[in-house]
Design a protein. Structure first.
Length: 243
């Protein structure tokens, strides 16, 4: 009887414990699901604008019209520098961004068009063209961290209805070493192409020189032949006069 009573008491305590905790756990899950659903129902521009830590990129995007682009159908992958990333810029870099055309190119360098790229697809090193028409290097470090153009992805896979946003800790500038490394294969092809062009040019110049040399020889032979004929004619005339 005593054992039976203890079992019942234990069951009642368990029910009381989980009964009170379950609603709070359920509420927490509902909140997370609601947040994710709200994010995925927003476009990229709205998602960036909703985050205070990304306000500097949002303002710059409005200046260049990139915000309108990122409200389009997409899909887009956007690597958004945090406000802290902008605060690390040097004065020289800030001066560059004061130029509207330069600012537009720099911001475009953070966007990959026609692709919604989640971090789980970045397991291998990838060279991906950005909207700046230069390449970004996407890779994973030995300790599993995701890196783009040398910048660390601090917050990943923020889903939007027209793509995905990743928050990074650096502002990416086109043409910096990381970008050059990304376009290394293409650069090699370009250099190879240039070498071939130079080779063809040299061959063409060599051929031209040979042709010029042959033409000069032909001209010289023609002159010599003409001189010889003239000399022969003079000799004949001289003999006739002697007769």
């Amino acid at each position: 009887m005593k054992l039976h009573s203890q079992i019942i008491t234990g069951i009642l305590m368990s029910v009381a414990l989980f009964g009170f905790n379950y609603p709070s756990l359920a509420a927490s899950n509902d909140t997370e699901a609601s947040t994710e659903q709200n994010q995925s129902s927003r476009d990229i521009t709205e998602t960036i604008k909703s985050k205070s830590s990304l306000s500097k990129f949002s303002k710059q995007a409005q200046k260049t019209g990139l915000d309108k682009t990122l409200k389009g159908k997409g899909p887009y992958t956007v690597f958004v520098p945090s406000n802290k990333a902008f605060s690390k810029l040097t004065q020289e870099q800030k001066n560059e961004l004061a130029n509207p055309e330069k600012l537009k190119k720099v911001l475009s360098h953070h966007v990959i068009a026609h692709k919604s790229l989640a971090t789980h697809n970045m397991n291998e090193k990838m060279n991906v063209p950005s909207m700046s028409e230069e390449y970004l290097v996407l890779e994973t470090s030995k300790d599993g961290k995701k890196i783009v153009g040398g910048a660390l992805i601090k917050e990943e896979d923020i889903k939007c209805k027209n793509g995905v946003v990743h928050v990074i800790d650096e502002v990416l500038f086109p043409g910096e070493p990381a970008s050059k490394e990304a376009s290394g294969l293409d650069k090699t092809k370009v250099e190879s192409s240039s070498s071939l062009k130079e080779s063809h040019t040299q061959k063409s110049e060599s051929s031209t020189s040979v042709n010029e040399s042959d033409a000069a020889k032909n001209t010289e032979n023609t002159v010599k032949s003409s001189d010889s004929n003239s000399t022969s004619q003079e000799s004949t005339d001289s003999m006739n006069e002697s007769k």
